[in-house]
Every structure is written in C-alpha cells, then in structure tokens.
Design a protein around this ligand. Structure first.
Ligand SMILES: [Zn+2]
Length: 222
C-alpha cells in the first residue's frame, strides 16, 4: 500500500513568497463541524489534483494545483505545481523602468507555474538591464558588472558578494551548452529573484524614494 501525503507549501501569487497554504474549510452537515474541502482529481493519467486554499500569510483565497511525485515504494506526495491566479497584478515600484519590470513580472509568472529555466533567463535579463542603467560596462559579464558597481560604491560589499556567488549569474555565454540552465531548480530561481529584489531595492527604488521625500520637503519649505 502507498501512503500519500500533501505538501502544502508553494509560492503565493499575492505575497510572492514561499508560504504554507491551508485548505478552505466548509461547514459539515448540521453546520457545526468544519471540514477541509477535498482535493479533486483532474485526470488519472497525470495524477493532478486541485483544491481551494488560503495563504497562511495574507489569508487570500486561491486555487492550488497539485502534482503527484512518487518518493519510494511505500510513499507518494502531492506537491503544489501551480496556482490560480498565477500572479496578482502588482504595481511597478517607483524608479523601476518598464523594460526591467516587464521581464521581472514575466519571471514571476514562470516561478508561479514551476518553470525555473524561463524564470532564470528573465531575471538575468532584468538584472543586466539594471546594471546597464546603473552605468556598468554593457559589454562585460554580469558578475564583472556587479563587481564594477561595488567598486564605484553603487552597491555595497555584502550584496556584491552574494550576487557574484550565484553560479547562475556566472560566466554564462552565448552557447546554449554553457548557460547552466539544464540543471536549474526552482529554489535557485527563487534565490535569484530575491537577489534581484535586493539589487533593485538598494539602487533605483531607494534613490526614487529619497528623491520623493526630498521633493515633499522642498514643497513644504516653499
Ligand atoms: Zn499570500
């Protein structure tokens, strides 16, 4: 006999974080007792199931799709494969250009449907656009551009070290064989997203926020 469990962790489209989901509870007969909504099988062949859940972090309701993974002879697990909505509409932060934002949002959609290769390509592209906007030499490798920005004092030591450590941002070139995408995991893609978040936050977003505060103060004085 196979024991089957459900792993209720996944990325919430609203918080954009890895969270724990809880199944929506419904009232049982008589109204007193609350029971979790059952998982519904979508097809026998693909072992896909679906249910309605809430995010433990933001309490919003969404649909979660699960995929079956066999662990060994006696155990199998259903893991969250994707959600609906895939990503909620999020406002572009001040200072971020549309070009970077389009790649970023599309990368998020890839994460949401468990497509790490697509996510990595888009996050890399968004990062390269950011480096260019910050004045790094556009002909350099990404890791070199990060180093360059550290030397110019645009990003701090911690951030640059963390960024250059990421193997996926390493020396990738023009050939499909050395883009390091074949083995990429969803966790690595999520790591890249977090780093890109920090890079954006401590450069152009922070700058735009400082400018906004300065503008408000100027108006007050005037
Ligand atoms: Zn959430």
């Amino acid at each position: 006999m196979t024991t089957i469990r459900y792993s209720m962790n996944g990325i919430c489209p609203y918080c954009q974080l890895k969270v724990h989901f809880s199944q929506v509870l419904i009232y049982g007969r008589g109204g007193g007792e609350r029971i979790p909504l059952s998982f519904i099988k979508l097809s026998n062949k693909e072992q896909t199931e679906v249910t309605i859940v809430t995010c433990d972090n933001c309490i919003k309701t969404l649909v979660a799709f699960f995929e079956y993974k066999r662990i060994d002879k006696s155990m199998g697990v259903f893991e969250v494969k994707s959600t609906y909505p895939v990503i909620s509409k999020i406002a572009k932060p001040n200072g971020v250009t549309q070009r970077i934002w389009d790649d970023y949002v599309e990368g998020m959609i890839c994460l949401g449907v468990n497509a790490p290769k697509g996510a990595v390509v888009l996050f890399r592209r968004a990062t390269q656009s950011l480096m260019k906007e910050l004045g790094a030499n556009p002909n350099n490798y990404l890791w070199k551009q990060i180093k360059e920005l550290k030397e110019k004092g645009i990003i701090n030591e911690n951030l640059s070290e963390l960024a250059t450590e990421l193997r996926l941002w390493g020396n990738f070139g023009a050939h499909p064989d050395d883009d390091l995408l074949d083995e990429v995991t969803i966790e690595e893609a999520e790591e890249m997203k977090k780093l890109l978040d920090m890079l954006l936050k401590f450069t152009i977003i922070q700058k735009a926020e400082v400018e906004a505060i300065r503008e408000r103060r100027k108006k007050k004085k005037g």
